[in-house]
Design a protein around this ligand. Structure first.
Ligand code: URA
Length: 317
């Protein structure tokens, strides 16, 4: 129980929602969430930022603007990039990035690289989210629900991805989500390396337009496609790697405007949420959460241990 009389009274429905949310996070293996320090009442108004995500609870509150592409608020520490890491590229204005993504989608539809392999898709699932997101997730290929709706990660794996994103103190609309393949392989087959290679240039250009500061790859096909490696998932996950777009794309693709030669993005590979659903062990959940925490730290979010009162399993709503 919170007994501090100096705290404002929190309405019971809000407390119940907060406890429920904390339990969901616990199920995910999350023992930390990002907290925001209380702001001074007379603090200067922040520079315009994208809408702040709704609070998870009065105590569990994400840092507003932290994952939007606008100027970070003063309270956010700069991302702790490893020594020697290249500075993040200047973002494109949001409308311009959105227009370039539209153009790229149209080019993808005209080129139809998926026509070279067997597919039984109904919709192209190009990608969605903030065109200037600081954090990007990359999966392998749409499943049945994604094929039906034309949106990435909306099936069961997508619901778990949403929880992972929320556990990072974010809303889905603040990140950008894409797949290597934009069309569903028959029977949800794992994409072959040829299929990945045919579609990769469009994913690379999506990345060059969004210019995320961190990419989290979900599973092996996405990790291998971005990192140009044949390493196993066990060797890849939990460590920082680097996405280097092909020099020819960097020199000539419309999405590369203003990017310097040698521009790169740090990549944190982690397990695919579909794998996590199949192998829902505490060990796997903790590994994924550890990977996501590394991504958060790189972006300047410092996870703080949740107050025991908030996370106590004894506090049933
Ligand atoms: N799995 C993926 O890799 N991508 C999706 O969009 C959905 C499931």
């Amino acid at each position: 129980m919170l007994t501090d009389m100096s705290r404002p009274t929190i309405p019971e429905p809000v407390l119940r929602a907060a406890r429920q949310n904390a339990r969901t996070l616990q199920l995910l293996g999350v023992d930390f969430v990002p907290l925001r320090a209380p702001r001074a009442v007379d603090a200067a108004p922040a520079a315009p930022v994208a809408p702040a995500p709704p609070a998870l609870s009065p105590q569990i509150e994400p840092k507003p603007g932290l994952f939007s592409s606008e100027v970070a608020p003063a309270e956010v520490r700069p991302a702790a990039a490893p020594a020697g890491a290249p500075a993040a590229a200047a973002k494109l204005p949001r409308e311009h990035a959105a227009a370039l993504l539209d153009e790229l989608r149209q080019r993808y539809e005209r080129d139809a690289p998926h026509a070279r392999f067997v597919t039984d898709h109904h919709n192209i699932v190009f990608g969605e989210g903030d065109p200037c997101a600081r954090l990007m997730f990359v999966g392998e290929a749409p499943g049945a629900e994604e094929d039906r709706t034309g949106r990435p990660f909306v099936g069961r794996a997508g619901q778990l991805l949403d929880k992972m994103i929320n556990a990072m103190g974010l809303e889905r609309g603040q990140v950008y989500i894409a797949n290597v393949l934009k069309t569903r392989p028959p029977g949800n087959a794992t994409p072959t390396s040829d299929e990945c290679a045919a579609c990769a240039p469009y994913l690379y250009e999506q990345i060059m337009i969004v210019r995320p500061e961190v990419i989290v790859t979900l599973g092996l096909p996405a990790s291998r496609t971005l990192l140009n490696t044949m390493e196993s998932m066990g060797a890849l996950r939990g460590r920082w790697w680097t996405f280097r777009p092909p020099a020819a794309l960097l020199a000539g693709a419309p999405g590369a405007q203003g990017l310097r030669p040698g521009w790169t993005v740090p990549v944190m590979p982690t397990y695919h949420p579909a794998f996590l659903l199949r192998s829902y062990t505490t060990e796997n959940r903790q590994k994924v959460w550890a990977d996501l925490r590394q991504a958060m730290e790189r972006l300047g979010a410092s996870p703080v241990r949740v107050e025991t009162a908030t996370m106590s399993p004894g506090e049933e709503g």
